[in-house]
Write a new protein. Structure first.
Lengths: 255, 433
């Protein structure tokens, strides 16, 4: 798995972050982040809570503003220009810990909203695309229900389908399984694994180390707003270099 | 527990699932209900009997008064003659002065059909807004209705409402042209174009255009009765909801100037009694306009009541906006929706749904507050009762019947609004909590 995955990684740069810094008021959340993501890479970001991993991926689609450094997504540099930000956001899909489906719209409407309004795709075509992706995440029969009628795992899969309907070039996952029951974690991870196998560029903040071992081609460990260590999953888990990583791994894998 | 035993008592495997069954049927029926709810204990039985007695006392005096009421006399003295000492209502004041209660005492009686027609057209115009399952094409009529209603009620040359309509249309066209650049350009561009059209058109319409108009003109000061309450209520509610939304969004804006203006407006208007604003409208606003511009009193009152209720509605909607999880805006953003789309498609539908009870509360209050215009000598239904009716020689002294009638009129409208809002809440409930 890891072998084939490594082969797919290209030389084409999808995201390039150089010397990026972010502060919340006086609090220095992200410090000198340098990260280059190549097309087709599957990166898992882990670290203790408050280490800035969510903030990092939220900076990539400008849900958080960075104060210093550069972020270039797909050749477009993130600036304060709103048009620019909207363009990047429409190319970058995102899944949230709490799904954030739109409760007043049906599942199908959730999936067609952005393609219709942002991509200006005709409704019929958008619905076909949406059904295609709902089939992919294995819930086409729920299309006319409302999010409140679905289980957490189903909602998260809808959220993934909703992002995919925009045909994103990069997918960001912000702890997608942290709010789910153990039984539902698997169905969401299966969907993500399938996505990875199709060559989607993915950045995933997660504590699912099994997923990281199976899917990731690179694992990044963050602490106190800095990237402490990054490596291939095998090396990362079996032979962590820094003391902080060793401590973290011993704590989350220790039971 | 019994680990040493050969047959462990704790271990258990279910081999046949328990089938679902119907809930137990408790003894029901009217007798059981009376027992449970009215006579469940000695204390409750006592309270039930006392309450029944109170209800009896009230009804035994009110019902004969109402049912024995007289409907067809022409003055209070005549009514008292008919009653001949019996205690009953003189409802004849309502039947005899019906038109005055409805239309005021100056509105020309040969034109009563005009506001009546406008009222029924209003029901048609409001339908697609209130019931969104109706065909959307009906909204075209809703858009035209204000101009039709204006023409019907005030009469005069048809050129003025047409000019107003043309101004709105051209303003909207300018808005949709410019809004692709920035929202501010569209907004102010639209207003500028509309104002320009109205100004030029106002110069072009001849002074005497109203003289031989199809519908003879009626002045604002001739409006009165419940018609005036309905006109003020409908106009101000439909203007103050959009203004309230704009203020609520403005208050959350990142732009300090916009935010500041909205905060000052809301806090100032909310901190001032409506009656003060109405006095400002009737007396002082004239100083602010250029001396030769006579801005209609009706319009001035509409502006004041609208501003007043918009400030309240803005705060209600702000509550709805605050109740939405932050993730909703983030999800909309992450999909690439721009600010206007996110607000219109994601944020407002949810925030407004939460705000329905509050908005309806303000709307009901606003509708009843329209009676305050009687204080600035406009003859709405309460003004008619307190002024021309009670001051007349025929009906001096008929208090109960008149105020009961006014109360029932307002109750019917307000209760309908309340019922509609409850239906709307059920209709919009999709969260399955």
């Amino acid at each position: 798995m890891a072998e084939t995955a490594r082969l797919q990684v290209s030389d084409e740069v999808a995201i390039s972050i150089t010397n990026m810094n972010k502060w919340y008021g006086a609090f220095h959340v992200l410090r000198d982040i340098d990260l280059t993501v190549y097309r087709g890479e599957r990166i898992v970001i882990c670290g203790p809570s408050g280490s800035g991993k969510s903030t990092l991926i939220r900076c990539i689609n400008a849900l958080e503003e960075h104060q210093k450094g550069r972020i270039i997504v797909d050749g477009t540099e993130l600036s304060s220009d709103l048009k620019n930000i909207d363009k990047i956001r429409s190319e970058v899909g995102m899944c949230f810990q709490h799904f954030n489906l739109f409760p007043h719209l049906t599942i199908l409407e959730n999936c067609t909203l952005a393609p219709i309004w942002v991509r200006k795709i005709p409704q019929k075509e958008a619905q076909e695309t949406a059904m295609h992706f709902l089939e992919k995440v294995k819930i086409p029969d729920q299309a006319d229900k409302y999010p409140g009628q679905l289980s957490g795992g189903q909602q998260q899969r809808v959220a993934i389908a909703r992002s995919l309907c925009m045909r994103p070039r990069v997918m960001l996952f912000d702890e997608p399984t942290s709010a789910l029951d153990p039984e539902m974690i698997k169905e969401v991870l299966d969907t993500m694994i399938e996505l990875a196998e199709e060559g989607m560029t993915m950045l995933c903040v997660t504590h699912e180390m099994g997923f990281a071992r199976q899917v990731a081609n690179r694992v990044i460990f963050m602490d106190a707003g800095q990237i402490v260590e990054q490596n291939e999953p095998e090396e990362f888990f079996n032979n962590p270099q820094s003391e902080r990583t060793q401590l973290f791994l011993s704590q989350i894998l220790g039971h | 527990m019994s680990e040493n035993n050969n047959k462990p008592a704790v271990a258990f495997v279910r081999d046949t699932p328990i089938p679902a069954s119907a809930p137990p049927s408790n003894a029901a029926g009217p007798i059981r209900w009376v027992q449970d709810n009215l006579f469940s204990s000695w204390g409750n039985a006592f309270l039930t009997i006392v309450s029944l007695y109170v209800v009896y006392v009230v009804l035994s005096s009110v019902l004969p008064w109402m049912l024995g009421g007289v409907w067809n006399t022409s003055s209070l003295a005549e009514c008292r003659d008919v009653l001949n000492g019996r205690s009953a209502a003189c409802f004849s004041v309502l039947s005899e002065r019906w038109n005055q209660l409805m239309f005021g005492f100056i509105y020309p009686s040969e034109f009563y059909w005009r506001p009546t027609l406008a009222f029924f057209l209003m029901l048609i115009a409001a339908a697609p807004v209130l019931f969104f399952d109706l065909p959307r094409k009906m909204l075209i009529f809703t858009g035209l209705f204000p101009f039709i209603a204006f023409w019907l009620i005030w009469g005069g040359t048809i050129l003025s409402p047409l000019l107003a309509l043309v101004g709105c249309l051209l303003g909207y066209m300018a808005y949709s042209k410019l809004v692709t650049r920035t929202f501010a350009a569209g907004f102010f561009g639209g207003i500028a174009v509309a104002t320009l059209v109205w100004w030029i058109g106002g110069l072009l319409i001849p002074e005497n255009a109203s003289e031989n108009a199809m519908l003879p003109a009626v002045a604002s000061r001739d409006l009165g009765g419940f018609m005036l309450n309905m006109m003020l209520g409908v106009t101000c509610v439909s203007l103050s909801v959009p203004l309230g939304i704009a203020l609520a969004l403005g208050r959350q804006s990142d732009l300090p100037v916009v935010k500041g203006i909205c905060v000052i407006f809301i806090e100032f208007i909310r901190g001032v009694p409506l009656i003060t604003l109405l006095f400002v409208a009737s007396v002082m606003l004239a100083y602010l306009f250029p001396p030769d511009a006579t801005v209609d009193l009706f319009l001035r009152v509409v502006i004041m009541i609208t501003m007043f209720s918009a400030a309240y509605i803005a705060e209600v909607i702000r509550g709805g906006l605050a109740a939405l999880p932050k993730g909703q805006k983030e999800a909309a953003d992450s999909l690439g929706l721009d600010y206007a789309q996110a607000i219109r498609l994601i944020i407002l539908p949810q925030a407004l749904k939460i705000s329905i009870p509050g908005i309806v509360n303000v709307a009901v209050g606003l509708f009843k507050d329209t009676t305050l215009v009687s204080v600035i000598s406009m003859f709405d239904v309460v003004g008619m009762i307190r002024g021309p009716l009670l001051a007349s020689t025929e009906w001096n002294g008929v208090y109960w019947e008149l105020f009961l009638f006014a109360a029932i009129l307002f109750f019917i409208v307000c209760y309908s609004i309340s019922q509609y809002s409850q239906w709307l809440e059920r209709r919009l409930a999709t969260d399955h909590r």
